[in-house]
Design a protein around this ligand. Sequence first.
Ligand code: ZN
Length: 113
Amino acid sequence: MSDYQWCHGPKCHTYHTQDRIRGVQGSKVLRTKKISINQYGYPKGVWTHFCSQGCWNDFMHEHWEEFIALYPRTECLETPITDPKKTTHTSESRWGNHSWTTIEFEKIGVDNG
Ligand SMILES: [Zn+2]
């Protein structure tokens, strides 16, 4: 079984690449790229609908307001963590002493709200 999608990038058909050239002599076009999805489901995820990172970016730039309207974030989310522990580290070398601090904590759970 073989299936395909047309790339959903709004400008896909305008990019100047040899593999987009279609049509007969005297009537050539740059055509939206076709994405073949094989029986193993490859490509997967976003690459089943976009031929490249550029086309995905174009789509997001053109439609982000609609996506945000669909999935608004009206409140912040929080991830509970343990009390952060600050540790100061020092390193001595012939070029001098160097010290830095790290902050360590663990996630207790993830808020999926
Ligand atoms: Zn594309």
